[in-house]
Design a protein around this ligand. Sequence first.
Ligand code: NAX
Ligand code: K
Length: 516
Amino acid sequence: MYLYTAQEMRDLDRYAIETIGVPGAVLMENAGQAVTRQLLKRHPGLGRATVLAGTGNNGGDGYVIARLLASAGWHVRLWQLGPTAKMSAETRLFRDVCLRSQPHPLQWEQERLPDLVDDLRRSDWVIDAMLGTGVRGQPREPLQTVIAAVNRETRGRILAVDLPSGVETDTGAVPGKAVQADWTVTLAGPKWGHYLQPGAEHCGELTVADIGIPAVAHQTHPPTARLNGIDEWGEYLHPRSPWSHKGTHGHMMVVGGSRGMLGAAALASMAAYRTGVGMVTVAVPEGQETAMASQVTEPLVWGWPDRGDGGFADSLPLGWDERKNRFRAVAVGPGLGRVSNVTWLKPLLELGCPVVLDADGLNLLAREPAILRQVASTVVLTPHPGEMARLAACTVSEVEANRPGVARDWAREYGVTVVLKGSHTIIAAADGSCVVEGNVAPALAKAGSGDVLTGILGAWLARGIPPFAAAALSVHLHSRAGRLAVVDTPDSVVATDVVRAIGPALHQLIQLRSRA
Ligand SMILES: NC(=O)C1=CN([C@@H]2O[C@H](COP(=O)(O)OP(=O)(O)OC[C@H]3O[C@@H](n4cnc5c(N)ncnc54)[C@H](O)[C@@H]3O)[C@@H](O)[C@H]2O)[C@@H](O)CC1
Ligand SMILES: [K+]
């Protein structure tokens, strides 16, 4: 499913109206119909609603909703927030329809705040149709006052039309006050602001409603980003062949597991096995082999030169040349610890097979990202915002304020795939492709989760899936496993539970694929 910016939505809208010839008023009527249908499905029978309508087209949708709810027998209070003179032609049209039928618009004045508060308190539903994709900056008065009253006084539920008023469409920024919705019904397609903080937290549940923009408009105006789903990776998901052997499913190497951090490498290797890879070798500093083997039985363990303190020296192991070509993918980072010399990474990036860099692998790379330009391997980076900030030489808040931009710029500049982790992880490819994971899995907000993702990703790469699809599939599988691992509360899930849930999650995805 596509993910839109405000401009992309405007272009789509304009194409539907000006080129295809669907009248703007029809789209607005459709939008109001779609939202009302959703609401009546959730709240059958009669109810009480307060509709707050702004002067833009979002307000126009509000006038349609108010009229339809009143026609359905609801008790509706409709507030006009702003002068009629500022309205777009369609919004004025539907406002005038209300004026000549019902509900009659109540013109906002500051002295009428107590009436509005009374309405908010008595409503089953407050419909926020003040600002949508046309919002610019902090809501101006009287909207700040009204938004504050909505958040403070509503006793029922709040339904936001398209976006909670005050949330910026492209960035999810909330520069002033913003409606704290229970439910957002968005029109024609989801927007970035639904998946970026802090806006994402204002949306509540999200439903996408079709408003009758012809499919050809979506096809000729595809936005540059999509929501993560089966379209991205379904073609690569096959039931395991009964005629395969371990070599068919790839041999992956995890480089990590310094003293005190063996668990990270153990988690990555077990996650890889659960994702179906044929064989895993774990490279650990010499002296850590026995401890590693006692943690996990299945991987092969390979001792690499030790620095003297249980960490990796900056040289390669004996037998490197004989063994280096066996691997179909390598993951460098889980429990790696600090390695003193960035040139240590180079032979790993020159193997020719795909390489995942995570954790201290990323911190090492951050010292000299330009080495990425000198190597042949396909590289996938899995930074959290702190690691991304180190790579991009900026602050964490700069990363968080522009997650898609930072991930995409970096991916493009260095020719890699970037998996920028977060509640909604962003996957950006060197060619500009971009996918966002739409589901959340709060159980994953815990140490060890990143190691599990690295293992899953390494496994798909070793199994031969191209990097962008492998990254999208891994993020989706990881998120699903993170939800399936919850027994009572996400608080109690640990990373080994997520590893165990990879099986059921993968089974669901394979079934989904066979039904598609
Ligand atoms: N995407 C589509 O194809 C369709 C979109 N529709 C609706 O149209 C909306 C977009 O309409 P618009 O572009 O008119 O934009 P909005 O309705 O979101 O807001 C624009 C209005 O708000 C004012 N405004 C902007 N920033 C403000 C601020 N910070 N404080 C106070 N006032 C501010 C502007 O002056 C303008 O009057 C969508 O969100 C959706 O609800 C539907 O009507 C039907 C079709
Ligand atoms: K809104």
